[in-house]
Design a binder for this molecule. Structure first.
Ligand code: ADE
Length: 229
């Protein structure tokens, strides 16, 4: 998979993608991430990429031209899935990440608090928000998308990092996990987990997933029950 990120702040993306599982996926050749500063595509000698809004109003607006020029500089951009990060987009959820993970090429434009010229939208396929709050820029959102997508690619996670039991895989939250010590400050590990009885452990985990989902995410629980009726 290849991911191109269009941003005005490459320094917010580059150090983060070098780390941890994404860093490993890059060095093992499972994914290529290319960060493009669309300021380099400014037509202005001062490398300006924003201007005053037509019709007046406070703030500046990102111009369409540098963004489209940057987009067109990317090899294979026509076939790529082109995403804008913006609080106005569809809220990211696991099945959206899954559908992105099946693509060969993603291009992600990081929106900016200033907003962008409406015509930018005509050059992209979809808009994604990571939640109902406003960030100063779309870089954090791009990183969230990249992380949630890359870990689903074949060969990225080791067997012991599997995503099969993830919260949201199957639409339920994860069951509680414990590790050593068996007792900490009087708090015991549930007996069943020490029993060695795999069937009983599975039954306990299934029960806990349902219970936790019902308590914390009634919306997910109701959907799950409806699907499994
Ligand atoms: N840019 C600013 N806020 C955002 C959000 N919540 N999701 C995606 N991009 C954003």
């Amino acid at each position: 998979m290849r991911i191109d990120v269009l941003t005005l702040f490459p320094g917010m993306i580059l150090p983060v993608i070098k780390e941890s599982i994404i860093g490993r996926a890059i060095s093992e050749g499972n994914v290529t991430i290319n960060v493009i500063d669309f300021r380099d595509f400014s037509t202005n000698k001062h490398q300006k990429v924003d201007d005053y809004p037509f019709g007046g109003g406070v703030g500046m607006v990102l111009q369409v031209e540098p963004i489209v020029r940057a987009l067109r500089s990317i090899e294979g951009y026509q076939e790529a899935l082109k995403i804008i990060t913006t609080p106005q987009g569809e809220t990211l959820h696991q099945s959206l990440s899954e559908s992105f993970s099946h693509q060969d090429h993603l291009i992600i434009l990081c929106g900016h608090y200033e907003g962008f010229d409406e015509r930018v939208r005509d050059y992209f396929d979809c808009e994604v928000s990571i939640g109902d709050y406003v960030l100063t820029g779309g870089e954090y959102a791009a990183l969230v998308i990249i992380d949630s997508v890359i870990r689903l690619r074949p060969g990225v996670l080791n067997k012991d990092e599997s995503h099969q039991d993830d919260s949201f895989s199957e639409g339920l939250l994860e069951y509680p996990q414990y590790t050593r010590p068996r007792v900490f400050e009087g708090k015991d590990v549930p007996e069943v987990l020490l029993s060695g009885n795999h069937q009983a452990i599975k039954a306990w985990r299934d029960h806990e997933r349902l219970k936790r989902t019902k308590e914390r995410r009634k919306d997910l629980y109701d959907r799950y029950i409806k699907r499994h009726k």
